[in-house]
Design a protein around this ligand. Structure first.
Ligand code: 13P
Ligand code: SF4
Length: 338
């Protein structure tokens, strides 16, 4: 694969998005979006980190695995991906003939950006005897260089599907990679990438919070750093955290992941208390600035104008699809099918 092809998907409308178009403040956006869904046979797929209004208007809300599975089986003509760029790219990889639009083209991901494909290609060439396992939070270029893709829901299962003595590279998240090394006893080589949201939590403030709420359980996403994961009562993907918070008898939870998930937690268990884990400063840094670029107005505009739309080079798409298909097959076999 040529280096220039390892760049991210080509997009028709770059930079501007629709930020300069005013939406009539009197417009009932919920009704308009529902109308556009029918008119255009469109489906809205939203990640749990989206703002509550977007979660409420979505046809499907999920974690990265659930969203990829929905994208793989949708019958819609247009996929509106309310998430970040690599997620919409994933939907396009699985649906080359469908229109995939994203509310804000600038909704990127610090983790995905921490792993530029040309650099990763060189790293891979230095370890020719290693297989490459990549976390789904990466660009199409990284996916094209990978043997299999994982999400936080299936990473353990997929890593364990490799023989114990197989040499493995895990990219791009060093925290998830280290956590999977710990729970599987493997020694995967880790790319030095991380998520800006999950590395922001203050261990000191969380410890104080636990003292004030002795019955609260600390639940954490595996993108968090090891010292936090070590003191967590439960570690899991967003869907796994949601299920745990609903089923566990505890009434209070300190939640160490992006705050968008609290909307579903409060809906599923309204009688319980959910406290966002405090960040290492006074700002709301556990809101993902990329995920939160999307707004209900932008969802409406991207459906109305069918832009920004994602396009992808076919050779890159086919190379990136192989490891995603492998992940979907392994997840289906393991019963992780939606
Ligand atoms: P999951 O929803 O798969 O747990 O991933 C979390 C995340 O950081 C998505 O950007
Ligand atoms: Fe990327 Fe982290 Fe935001 Fe998820 S929460 S999209 S990994 S920056």
């Amino acid at each position: 694969m040529k280096d220039e092809m390892l760049a991210t998907a080509k997009t028709k409308v770059e930079e501007k998005g629709f930020l300069d178009i005013d939406v009539d403040p009197m417009l009932d956006l919920f009704a308009e979006i529902e109308r556009l869904k029918k008119e255009k046979n469109a489906v809205i797929l939203a990640h749990y980190y989206q703002e509550p209004d977007i979660q409420d208007i979505a046809d499907y809300i999920g974690d990265s695995l659930g969203l990829a599975q929905q994208a793989a089986k949708t019958q819609a003509d247009m996929i509106v991906f309310a998430g970040v760029h690599f997620m919409a790219e994933g939907a396009k990889i699985l649906n080359p003939t469908k229109k995939v639009v994203i509310p804000d083209l600038k909704a990127g991901c610090s983790l995905s950006e921490s792993c530029p494909p040309p650099l990763f290609k060189k790293f891979k060439e230095q370890h020719p005897d290693h297989k490459v396992i990549s976390y789904i939070n990466c660009s199409a270029g990284i996916k094209a260089l990978s043997d299999v893709i994982v999400t936080s829901s299936n990473a353990k299962m997929i890593v364990e599907s490799f023989p114990k003595d197989e040499k493995l590279i895990f990219a791009p998240d060093k925290n998830l990679g280290a956590y999977i090394n710990k729970v599987t006893g493997r020694n995967m080589l880790l790319w030095n990438g991380a998520c800006m949201v999950h590395e922001i939590f203050s261990l000191q403030k969380i410890t104080k919070l636990k003292v004030r709420h002795p019955n609260a359980k600390l639940i954490a996403h595996p993108e968090c750093e090891e010292p936090l994961l070590r003191i967590a009562d439960f570690v899991g993907s967003t869907t796994q955290l949601l299920l745990y918070a609903e089923k566990d008898p505890a009434q209070e939870f300190i939640v160490a992941t992006e705050t968008g998930i609290l909307h579903q937690m409060m809906k599923n268990a309204p009688h319980k208390t959910f406290i966002p884990a405090p960040p290492d400063n006074s700002c709301a840094c556990n809101d993902c600035p990329h995920m939160k670029r999307n707004t209900l107005e932008k969802v409406y505009l991207c459906m109305k104008y069918e832009q920004p739309e994602l396009f992808m080079d076919e050779e890159l798409r086919l190379a990136a699809k192989k490891p995603i298909d492998r992940m979907l097959e392994l997840s289906e076999k393991a019963g992780l099918l939606k």
